[in-house]
Structures are given as C-alpha cells and as structure tokens.
Design a protein around this ligand. Structure first.
Ligand code: HGY
Ligand code: MN
Ligand code: MN
Length: 417
C-alpha cells in the first residue's frame, strides 16, 4: 500500500466517527435509540445543515442538485477530471436505526477528512454525496435522488407524490432546497469516474462468519406497486354483508392471494405489504377505499420479472365487488457491481489486514443507480444480529472505523487511476 495511502488511513479517527453518529442520531431521535428522519422533513434539513457545517469547516465545497442531492467536494490535481464519488443517505425509516445510510455519509466524510489531513494529492476530485430520499418511507418509491441524478427517472415523475398527510413532494423539496441557499448548484448526470458506498450489512452474515468487511457483489431486483381498492362506505350496523362493497375486506383477500403467488419453499423471495391507508378508517363504517404497498424482491431476473408481471392479474383475480387500480412505482432489475471496484475494495482490506468476504446485498441502495453510469461497488460492515429498519439497529465503533479505513484506501486508489 502506497505511503500516502497508509498515512491517510492512519488519520481515520474512530472517536470522531462514532461521535458524529451520536450527534446525527440526536436529529429525529425516537425512544429506543432510533431515529425518524423522513426525506425533506425538518429533521432532514437539520442533518443537511450539520453535514454542511462539518464539510465547510474542512474547506470542502458544497453543492446541491434540483432533487436535493447534497455534494461535498475535495479538489484533485486535475479539476476537469470526473470525480470518484462516495456516499449514501441521511433520511431514515419512520422507526429507523442510527446507522442505516448515515454511516456511508459519515464514513465518506471521515475518508475525505483523513485524506485532507494527510495532505494527500489525488489526481481526481473526490465527492461525497448524501442522496435524497433513499428510503421512500414518506414519499414512495425509494432511491429517488440517485434515480434522478443518474437519469434513470425524470424529476417530474416524482413531484406530485404525496405523503400520508397529503403533503406533496414538490412543496417539501422546495422548502428543503431553500434551507441551504448558499450551496452552489450541481447538475444532474455529471460524469462520475467510480462510486463506492459504505453501508451496514442489514443482515447477519458478516457477524455470523466473523468477518469485518463485506465486498458487495450486487443487489437483488425489486419491484414496488401501489394497489388501490375502491368500495363504498356504509353503516356497520345496518348494511347486510351481501350488499357491501367493503374495500378493506377485499384488500385482505387480495393480499392473501399475493401471498399464495409468492410462496417460496427456498425462502429466497421477499414479499412485503408494509403500508396501508384505510378510508374512512372508522370502526363502524365499511371501508370505501384502501391503498396498500407491495414490495417484491428476488436475486434472479427471470423470477422477479415473472412474479412482478403476475401482480396485477393476481389482484384483479382476487377482487369481487370492488374496483381496483394497480400502479407500478419501481422496477429495478438485479444489478452486478464492477469487478474492478470489488477487487480494489478487497485489496484495500487485505492491505490493512482486515478480514473480508464477497456477498450480495438483499437491501437496495443508491449504488443500484450509480452502477448504471459508472464502475460501482459497496463496502459492508456488520450490524448487531443483522437488525435494521428498527430502533434496535446497532454497530460497533471499531467496525465502523475499519470500514472507513478500507473506504479511504479504496478512494485513494481509484482517485489516482
Ligand atoms: O428498502 C431498502 O432495501 C433500503 O433499505 N431502502
Ligand atoms: Mn440504507
Ligand atoms: Mn434502509
């Protein structure tokens, strides 16, 4: 490992990295050590301001694009060269943990600061990105910021999306952008030389196999749908069942049919209904409208394609008195990461004497979209019992720092190619 890289890696500060996680976890803190930091909320804005303050105190430049992706840049010798990028997301699930997403942003900042403290000169600039709305918990679907930046989806497609309170994304985004007026503008789809994202594994394998670093090989495919059931509100006491158009009763039948469709003896398929809105949502009125989400995932392209295509026919086959509408909101085929980036991550870990293993990602990440525009890879670190999207999500300071060291070495390598 080059001397300059070793010097930079040696300046990764485990205490500073851990302290910043605790400071970020104060923003949107909820009982049980969790966080609720929804995209384009006041908590998201507070986290953005805190990241900008840390970046500015180091002399890095800050810019924001029109969907709110936040870029922190350290210059390279060749200002015109496409940057090497790293990053992840600062928004969380409604009952999220202190590490999902934010770890990749803080590990990226830690790498930039360590490289800067070493006075290391890189050929390419290095950019840290905090992607907007990776989770999709408030405004569905997920990974909106990276999808728009990479050109996979137009911004216009998302502006009219509403959250559970009826707030439209266009307004929440406008407020978020107005909160950081002194950030320079950043265009969509700017050239990227390579992208490396650090993230907690959100599964138990690293912990079980006693490895500190996961060299991620790719991400399984996912398809999201919104299903709406249209019935008729009626009196719970006076309306005979045989004349009802009960949207909730039929939504349950539809979900049972989808469970039958997605039953998998290998338990490789992931089918989740996590969100449901019932109208009028009153104990003694028959439901007139139900909206529920469908999240379907599988690593095999043919399987996720076939089952995703079967969702609408299955919904329509299960409904009786009500009308239905099925709206696909996300379709991401399984992606494989760049072998050259995976090799660079693996060699960085080996050079630091840190045990690593190659593994796929069950969770989706912004890297899914960066992989479409540049050589992309991910670095996983363990999280306790693999628990995530839960307040109990936990990780060890030494593992977070090990991931940041491997990231630092990998960025130094890629930024000098
Ligand atoms: O849903 C996912 O896989 C990611 O955690 N947002
Ligand atoms: Mn995440
Ligand atoms: Mn997540």
């Amino acid at each position: 490992m080059r001397e300059a890289t070793q010097d930079a890696v040696s300046r990764v500060d485990e205490d500073r990295l851990w302290r910043r996680h605790l400071e970020m976890a104060e923003i949107g803190a909820i009982p049980g050590n969790g966080v609720n930091r929804a995209a384009f909320s006041s908590e998201d804005i507070a986290a953005r301001k805190r990241l900008i303050a840390w970046a500015r105190s180091r002399g890095f430049s800050v810019s924001v694009d029109d969907i709110g992706n936040l870029f922190v840049r350290r210059s390279g010798l060749d200002a015109r060269a496409a940057p090497v990028m790293t990053g992840s997301h600062m928004d969380s699930q409604p009952r999220g943990g202190r590490f999902d997403g934010i770890y990749g942003v803080l590990a990226g900042l830690e790498a930039l600061e360590a490289i800067d403290a070493a006075g290391a000169k890189t050929q390419r600039p290095i950019e840290l990105v905090a992607w907007s709305n990776e989770e999709g918990g408030r405004f569905a679907p997920c990974t909106m910021g990276s999808a728009v930046f990479s050109g996979a989806r137009p911004l216009a497609e998302f502006l009219n999306v509403r959250d559970n309170e009826g707030v439209v994304l266009r307004d929440a985004l406008r407020t978020t952008l107005a909160a950081t007026p002194d950030a320079a503008p950043h265009a969509f789809a700017t050239p990227v030389a390579a992208y490396v994202e650090a993230h907690i594994e959100q599964g138990p394998r690293l912990e079980t196999e006693g490895k500190t670093i996961g060299v991620v090989t790719g991400i399984q495919g996912l398809r999201w749908f919104d299903v709406e059931v249209f019935g008729e509100s009626a009196h719970a006491g006076t309306t005979p069942l045989n004349v009802r158009r009960d949207a909730l009763c039929e939504a349950i039948a539809i979900i049972n049919a989808l469970h039958a469709l997605t039953r998998d003896g290998d338990d490789a398929l992931r089918f989740t209904v996590g969100r449901m809105l019932v109208t009028p949502n009153s104990p003694n009125s028959v439901a007139s409208h139900v909206l529920f989400s469908v999240d379907l995932r599988h690593p095999d392209p043919a399987t996720i394609g076939r089952l995703g295509d079967a969702v609408e026919p299955t919904v329509r086959g299960a409904v009786r008195q009500c009308d239905v509408k099925v709206t696909p909101t996300l379709r991401d085929d399984p992606c494989m990461f760049d072998s050259g980036v995976a090799d660079a991550i693996e060699q960085a870990a080996a050079g630091l004497g840190i045990a690593s293993m190659r593994m796929p990602s069950g969770a989706s990440h912004d890297a899914m979209y960066l992989a479409r525009v540049c050589p992309t890879g991910m670095i996983f670190v363990p999280c306790e019992r693999g628990v995530s999207h839960n307040e109990a999500e936990n990780a060890k300071p030494e593992d977070l720092a090990a991931g940041a060291r491997v990231l630092t070495a990998t960025l130094m390598e890629l930024a000098n190619r």
